[in-house]
Design a protein around this ligand. Structure first.
Ligand SMILES: *Cc1c(COP(=O)(O)O)cnc(C)c1O
Length: 387
């Protein structure tokens, strides 16, 4: 007896990535931008759970000038896979990471003086001129040098021959809501930094401020580049921001019916007997649970089967959830159910899932666990082996 195949059979629960939707979203975003504004595709956290390498390749094919990641490991994985485009490491670096950043030509954000000195020394040791972007804290108080204290840092970098002051950036605390007062105040703080630097003859080739919300709603802030994440994946950052027709979600989550039960009145479903049937019910078990990232709800939410809504009954288990398919008599073993995404005329959106999770769509996309596995459909990625 042998296995018959070297490929492990796919689990009957998976994350599906629609590569043609991804490509179309990128084209629509690129088309919406003035030609001189560069697109940085944000592919941190496995491209918001979509697969960083696949997304990186398609984004570069569709006109992204560079990519944004968060950790050194994320950057190295892309470099090791042959991605040569500029990679901007968002966030803060530890000293031990600097030689790797320089050796692999990663663009680093620097926000304070000690790291400038250290990076300059490392770059000189490699006989390189390392590109750096300075992140200015204009009011969000996360990363960055305060806007009213930025000038000494800019002067220091400009004076280091082994560093290239390539970018000046900031990040909005609120760019996708109707109320833009704070975003405009942040922009004014940023502009003050630019003006003060210019007065000292320090010019920086690239200025960038916008995330997806800023890209959509703050065209006056586009400047030289926009850093777009969630919109690439087909999700609008809020319900009130500008819409671009044709943008579609890229990710779906699916599972196949693994068991069907017929239960009688008075019988229960799941841990803690949280659901009790009042009439005879037909219950389908889907092999996906909170161990896969499904929110741990009970008697809440639904799955789509045959294009119709099957309500979740009982509590979510680690590896399974149960849905009531009494009103979907054609449901059979191994039928495909949709937990997030479209089926027929109906759909369960990332926003619906965010409500179940008491969270935001970003958390929903990145919250699906690796053990689900990712299946790409509707297109190939050049140079990719099936994964
Ligand atoms: C994550 C991130 C983005 C992308 O934000 P979206 O809202 O997903 O477009 C842009 N800039 C920085 C600095 C980020 O950390």
């Amino acid at each position: 007896m042998n296995l018959g195949s070297t490929v492990l059979p796919q689990r009957p629960a998976w994350v599906e990535i629609d590569l043609s939707a991804l490509r179309r979203n990128l084209q629509l975003i690129r088309r919406d931008l003035p030609p001189h504004v560069r697109l940085l595709a944000v592919v941190k956290d496995e491209a918001y759970g979509h697969g960083a390498l696949d997304v990186a390749k398609i984004a570069l094919e569709e006109g992204a000038a560079c990519l944004g990641v968060s950790t050194l490991e994320e950057a190295m994985t892309l470099r090791d896979a042959g991605i040569q485009a500029p990679l901007l490491l968002l966030g803060e670096r530890q000293e031990s990471e600097l030689p790797w950043c320089v050796a692999y030509d990663l663009t680093v954000c620097v926000n304070e003086e000690t790291i400038v000195h250290k990076l300059a020394r490392v770059a000189a040791g490699f006989s390189k001129r390392a590109p750096v972007h300075v992140k200015v804290n204009t009011g969000m108080s996360r990363y960055g040098v305060r806007w009213d204290e930025a000038q000494p840092l800019l002067e220091l970098i400009a004076a280091e021959p082994s560093l290239h002051l390539e970018g000046l950036m900031t990040h909005y605390a609120q760019s996708d809501e109707t109320e833009k007062t704070f975003a405009l105040a942040q922009t004014a703080n940023f502009d003050a930094v630019v003006a003060a630097a210019r007065a000292r003859s320090i010019t920086v080739p690239m200025h960038h401020l916008c995330n997806s919300g800023g890209f959509l709603d703050l065209p006056q802030s586009h400047r030289d580049m926009v850093r777009v994440g969630i919109l690439i994946y087909g999700i609008f950052p809020s319900s009130v921001c500008r819409r671009i027709a044709g943008i579609e979600p890229v990710m779906s989550v699916k599972a196949r019916v693994a068991t069907l039960q017929q239960i009688k009145p008075g019988e229960h479903v799941g841990y803690g007997m949280r659901y009790t049937a009042e009439t005879p019910r037909r219950i389908a078990v889907l092999p996906i649970g909170y161990g896969d990232g499904f929110p741990r709800v009970r008697n809440q939410g639904f799955a789509l089967l045959h294009g119709r809504r099957a309500p979740i009954v009982g509590g979510i288990a680690m590896d399974a959830l149960m849905v009531d398919v009494t009103d979907i008599p054609e449901a059979q073993m191994w039928d495909e159910a949709v937990l997030m995404g479209r089926q027929g005329e109906d759909q369960i959106t990332a926003q619906d899932m965010a409500k179940l999770k008491n969270s935001v769509t970003y958390d929903v996309l990145t919250g699906w666990r690796l053990r689900l596995g990712r299946k790409c459909v509707n297109g190939d990625v050049a140079g990719m082996e099936g994964k």
